[in-house]
Design a protein around this ligand. Structure first.
Ligand code: ARG
Length: 457
């Protein structure tokens, strides 16, 4: 029987199946940097407080430096018998430096240790994401600026509604992504609290200095209840909720890219390097990247549901159930990081086809509301204007023509208030320019919005 950290209490070893079932080292070893960082801060504090000697601290620091080098070089022998990342590293430390290694766990438990490691890991992931949100937002702002005047049919119910500019449409996604980024930043404040010092659940009898450890690790403060410190996973759930909502936005954008790339629509083309072909149909160019992003939203939503379910039945404080928090959390962060990165790379490769957008705009009577507004400005109540224009659209449709192509006398048959100046409001450019207020689609407003967004942090 291999001696592990807790075998003293037991009369027989666990079976291989139980060992495999209960171990987490295969997936929590990726937190090794955070584990070592946390241990070093803890050891430094123990030495400052006179709980271990300066020699012990030096030995721990020396051993940990070697372990870090071994892991980074791929030379560390991860062992299932040692259950998790924490025990694997501690065992190697003791092999390297003897009793000093055995003193490291003084005043600490794996319960507060693992909570600390996850928080450090997630904080790093959030910081990576922050840069990626910024990159994607900037890429969309550049594309929006290039198309501040490019008319696009705006849809409601997926039917042509009113003209908008392609830039304005993209800025809607910028708004979503800015909220997503802010949600992650807000979540980070609650991630960034130190559980260490809670020990198993009740605190420790040693004269520890938690504030010192918090400062060493860059935490904004300590978790102020030891029971909550070891059992709380709200921060992971919050992160997954923020990630899930971001994936909703990415999935909606993906759906639009896929639709726009359909040859029947043809509003855009994606650079070849983001598409793949078919092994049977030689003509195919498929928008795989947005399709996969739309699909991957499902796994992120699933992880959120998984974590909520993981926590709902747990009595205080730590339970082994919590070990199941890592894979969903890691996969959520990995998926979101890859997705934002690939979208930031893909955005500049979106080739816009303004002719197709303009052609689609000619087909849906997109300026009908402008004609109604025109009549209102001449004194007709809006409901009557709506009725008059609806009749005009019906007549134009029967003739297979656009409103702008009906002769003046015919337009006047729907309302005597219509004059020769009507044609200016029936153009797409006139329609766009008229929506000239904050949040509106007028090119002037789109440019102002881009400048505003660029200047914001
Ligand atoms: N591998 C464990 C986890 O991920 C570490 C904490 C174990 N604590 C314990 N009392 N068994 O949660």
């Amino acid at each position: 029987m291999t001696d592990n950290a807790w075998s003293g209490r037991f009369a027989e070893p666990v079976s291989d199946l139980v060992k495999r079932y209960t171990a987490s080292v295969s997936f929590d070893q990726r937190m090794w940097r955070q584990d070592i960082r946390g241990s070093l801060a803890h050891a430094k504090m123990l030495a400052r407080q006179g709980i271990i000697s300066a020699e012990d601290l030096a030995a721990i620091e020396r051993g940990m430096a070697q372990i870090a080098a071994e892991i980074a070089a791929g030379a560390f022998a991860w062992n299932l018998d040692d259950e998790d990342v924490h025990l694997n590293i501690e065992k190697r430390l003791t092999a390297l430096v003897g009793d000093a290694g055995k003193r490291l766990h003084t005043g600490r438990s794996r319960n507060d240790q693992v909570a600390t490691d996850i928080r450090l890991w997630l904080r790093d992931a959030i910081d990576t994401l922050d840069g990626l949100f910024d990159a994607l937002i900037r890429a969309l702002l550049d594309l929006a600026e290039a198309h501040a005047e490019t008319p696009l049919p705006g849809f409601t119910h997926l039917q042509v509604a009113q003209p908008v500019t392609f830039g304005h449409h993209l800025l809607a996604y910028v708004e979503m992504l800015r909220r997503d980024r802010a949600r992650c930043a807000d979540c980070r404040k609650r991630v960034n609290r130190l559980p260490l010092g809670a020990a198993a659940l009740a605190g420790t009898t040693f004269p520890i200095d938690r504030e010192f450890v918090a400062r060493e690790l860059g935490f904004e403060g300590v978790c102020t209840n030891s029971i909550d410190a070891v059992s709380d996973r709200d921060f992971a759930i919050e992160f997954c909720a923020a990630a899930a909502l971001t994936m909703v936005h990415i999935s909606r954008f993906s759906e639009e890219l896929i639709l726009w790339m359909n040859p029947r629509v043809g509003f855009i083309d994606l650079a070849d390097r983001f598409c793949t072909g078919s092994s049977i149909m030689p003509q195919k160019k498929n928008p795989d990247v947005p399709e996969l992003a739309r699909g991957k939203s499902g796994r992120v939503f699933g992880h959120l549901m998984g974590l909520l379910t993981l926590m709902k039945g747990q009595p205080l404080a730590y339970n082994k159930d919590n070990q199941e928090d890592k894979e969903p959390l890691f996969d959520t962060a990995d998926t979101l990081i890859d997705t934002l990165r690939i979208f930031a790379e893909m955005a500049p490769g979106i080739r816009v086809k303004p002719e197709a957008m303009a052609a689609a705009l000619k087909q849906g009577y997109a300026t009908a509301t402008d004609l109604a507004d025109y009549l209102v400005k001449k004194g007709l109540p809006f409901r009557d204007a709506h009725e008059a224009v609806a009749r005009a659209v019906r007549a134009a449709e029967q003739k297979g023509r656009d409103l702008a192509n009906l002769p003046l006398e015919e337009l006047q048959s729907f309302s005597a208030l219509i004059g020769a100046d009507v044609y200016a409001v029936l153009t797409v450019e006139g329609s766009l320019a008229a929506r000239n207020h904050i949040g509106g689609t007028a090119p002037q407003q789109v440019r102002a919005a881009i400048a505003r967004l660029r200047s914001m942090p």
